[in-house]
Design a protein around this ligand. Structure first.
Ligand code: AMP
Length: 423
């Protein structure tokens, strides 16, 4: 074997599709219930969209982007996430002048140059929602409830929700100063990356995965002690709505999330069944992002969920009914002439919404019947030269071997009747 998919990129094989379809179906049916319309942005943007939107010092931008120069000498990047692109599209098409609140959802591939492991790949798929135009805490609560509702509709009951508020930029500045003051004397216990982060982006130290760093951070200051009264009120109101909706959550004052654009509410939904990569969904408010892109200050909130992890979980829990793409009828033919009529009949059946197949492998009649059996055809029809001359076709019951003949004129209605009576 000479060619393999690039490291960290995977084929989604036909046998996995029922799970993917189940997730995609759920996303497409649940999002509109909450008033979200689909938006599709390109899978690549000018690099500055992410550099600016996500933040130069984040891991995603500094280490994980697939960036290249196109033939026109522009620096392009495969999207590592979708929020920055959605905000770019919001401003580009001046949605702020057209609607008071834009509620959008998306589904699609994202790319990050990360170390591949179970539940973490370099091309992965996210579904997500963004609501741009309101700072109301009820929208934060709605976002959270939408993200957990979707998982619950897929049959996942055992999901946890962690919640935090990282306040406004002023709160964060105050907090970061305290954090740096606390971490400076502990510098030697931090990993190399975090030592550098102390100068560039100290907040990121909170979500470092190294145990040594986590230990250091454990006894450090907590951002929730630095919230101004407006951010505290906002956070309290979000919690109030969640209580009202009966949604359980755990407060985690160390949850800051890996992207720079978040303000106030941040949350994650996880499943303990997933092991190390346990986050299914991450989201939060990003009140400063539209302004950062040159728009008027416009509050917004959103989330993104990973489909691969969801599919892994659904496969483990066997929550999706595995139904092969069934076959209604297999039409066996015996020579070139019957094949020609057979092609026409199969086409007619397909036009009528019936899943029909014919022989593409030059098999004998026996071989064709075996194929129909293996692919679970509900009905098998045989069109031989004798039948063709008589204007008839034979229908064979694959279980009993009983055969009946119907005229070609009645063939389609007979098939439809049989399929209807079986379903
Ligand atoms: P983020 O955009 O980093 O907040 O991630 C949101 C969700 O996307 C995570 O909770 C994961 O479910 C999923 N995700 C992020 N990165 C990856 C990856 N490299 N591979 C698979 N899923 C991912």
């Amino acid at each position: 074997m000479k060619y393999y998919a690039p490291k960290g990129l995977y084929d989604i094989k036909p046998e996995d599709m029922p799970y993917w379809h189940a997730v995609e179906r759920e996303v497409r049916s649940t999002m509109p219930l909450y008033g979200y319309e689909e938006i599709r942005t390109p899978i690549m943007e000018k690099t500055e969209v992410f550099a600016r939107g996500v933040g130069e010092e984040t891991d995603v931008v500094s280490k994980e982007m697939y960036t290249f120069e196109d033939k026109g000498g522009r620096s392009m990047t495969l999207r590592p996430e979708n929020t920055a692109s959605v905000v770019r599209a919001y401003l580009e098409h001046k949605f702020y002048g057209k609607e008071e609140l834009s509620k959008w959802y998306y589904l699609g591939p994202m790319f990050r140059y990360e170390s591949p492991q179970k539940g973490r790949s370099r091309q992965f798929h996210q579904y997500g929602a963004e609501a741009i135009g309101s700072s109301d805490p009820s929208l934060d609560a709605e976002m959270i409830s939408l993200s957990t509702d979707l998982l619950r509709s897929l049959g996942l009951e055992e999901v946890g929700l962690t919640l935090n508020s990282i306040g406004c930029p002023e709160d964060r500045n105050n907090y970061v100063n305290q954090l740096v003051e606390y971490l400076e004397p502990e510098k030697d216990r931090l990993c190399n990356d975090c030592r550098a982060r102390l100068d560039t982006n100290p907040l990121r130290i909170l979500d470092c995965k190294e145990e040594s760093c986590q230990k250091v951070v454990e006894n450090g200051p907590e951002i929730t002690d630095y919230l101004c009264s407006e951010c505290q009120d906002h956070f309290d109101t979000v919690k109030g709505y969640l209580n009202q909706l009966g949604l359980d959550y755990q407060l985690d004052p160390k949850l800051v999330r890996g992207l720079d654009y978040y303000t106030k509410t941040v949350f994650e939904v996880f499943s303990s069944d997933l092991g190390a990569q346990d986050a299914l969904v991450g989201g939060g408010r990003y009140d400063g992002l539209v302004e950062l892109f040159g728009g008027d200050p416009t509050p917004a909130v959103g989330f993104a969920g990973g489909i691969e992890r969801l599919v892994l979980l659904l496969e483990e829990l066997e929550r999706v009914e595995m139904k092969k793409n069934g076959l209604d009828i297999y039409l066996a033919t015996l020579d070139e002439e019957t094949k020609q009529t057979g092609m026409e009949l199969v086409q007619e059946l397909r036009n009528g919404g019936i899943r029909a197949e014919i022989d593409y492998l030059d098999k004998s009649l026996q071989g064709q019947l075996g194929y129909a059996d293996r692919y679970g055809a509900e009905i098998t029809a045989i069109l031989g030269p004798r039948e063709l001359t008589e204007g008839e076709i034979t229908l064979r019951d694959m279980e009993t071997g009983d055969q009946t003949t119907v005229s070609l004129d009645e063939f389609r209605s007979e098939i439809t009747n049989r399929l209807d009576s079986e379903s």
